[in-house]
Design a protein. Structure first.
Length: 320
């Protein structure tokens, strides 16, 4: 465990968060788990678990970590298994399923409930689970299998039956690494593709550093998404090689907030709209918001505080 005392500037105010812990042991198959503790941690403290997406680690959720901890939440952000620097040759990563990630998150929730994840903390109520991009699909799988206080899907990848609305240019670009996806190998799209489709909401001068820090992703997990949500020959091949990831929306019983972003090019806002229709048919507790001015990383792009405040208000209204 690494403990870091820190002051963070959030929303124009300087506030003290007691501690950020980075857990590396007793966390199952997860690589590591970041835990932001509020100053007054007790059984009534709401817990927010934040899942990252493709080519990322817990660092993608660090802004939200500080923001919500400074407003009284315990925030837990795992780095999913095999997501680490130098993972481009990891055979284990290439074969990892979305269901493996979901199993790892369910284990974290189990030890959280048992008071084994955060020493001295046994929550009085289930956590809120938030998933971004591929992590949003993981969150949906988890939500159908356990009790949650709320589910937040942030630019989320869809479950089987909902299309990706993929841009034709991006489809051509991802075809360059299709052989790695179909053969279950780690993969990372080229610089230009991520600059245009993932980093397009970030300042251009930060793109090279962002790419250098990106980690490789599981070919199998992306193949599973293509099998359920792709189109054409890619969907056909993926479907022959993998099962798609299905989620029974009737099993997700908690309030749901679905967020898409106006300028998201890799998970266009129509994906969020389609997910909303799916969940709204199953329950009346689903809400949707399309955030203007953001691309794929509303939790990280300039002005991210706006998205955090929107989520906070929804939590106050719906969950807390």
């Amino acid at each position: 465990m690494i403990a870091e005392e820190a002051l963070k500037k959030v929303g124009g105010l300087m506030k003290k968060t007691e501690k950020l812990d980075i857990l590396t042991e007793g966390i199952g198959a997860n690589e590591e788990v970041a835990v932001w503790k509020p100053g007054n941690l007790n059984a009534e403290t709401p817990a927010l678990v934040a899942l990252h997406g493709n080519w990322a680690t817990w660092q993608r959720n660090k802004n939200y970590g500080w923001f919500f901890a400074e407003r009284g939440f315990l925030v837990i952000a795992p780095t999913l298994r095999h997501h680490k620097s130098g993972n481009e040759s990891s055979r284990e990563l290439g074969k990892t399923s979305v269901l493996d990630y979901a199993s790892d998150v369910l284990y974290l929730l189990k030890i959280l409930r048992e008071g084994k994840l955060v020493s001295g903390f046994r929550p009085a109520r289930p956590p809120v689970l938030m998933g971004h991009s591929m992590g949003g699909l993981v969150a949906q799988v988890v939500a159908a299998r356990t009790n949650l206080s709320g589910l937040i899907l942030l630019c989320s990848a869809p479950s089987a039956g909902i299309g990706l609305h993929t841009d034709k240019d991006y489809a051509k670009r991802i075809a360059r690494v299709a052989w790695r996806i179909f053969s279950g190998k780690p993969y990372l799209p080229d610089r230009e593709s991520l600059y245009l489709y993932v980093y397009n909401g970030m300042p251009e001068n930060e793109h090279p550093t962002l790419y250098e820090r990106a980690v490789h992703e599981s070919g199998r997990s992306s193949r599973e998404i293509l099998a359920g949500s792709g189109t054409g020959i890619a969907k056909t091949i993926a479907g022959l090689l993998s099962r798609s990831i299905t989620v029974d929306e009737s099993h997700v019983l908690c309030p749901i907030l679905i967020i898409g972003c106006e300028n998201d090019r890799i998970v266009p806002p129509n994906v969020a709209r389609d997910m909303y229709y799916k969940y709204q048919l199953a329950q009346k507790g689903a809400e949707i918001e399309i955030l203007e001015g953001f691309a794929h990383w509303p939790q990280y792009e300039p002005g991210w505080e706006e998205s955090a405040r929107f989520i906070l208000e929804w939590l106050k209204k719906t969950v807390l």
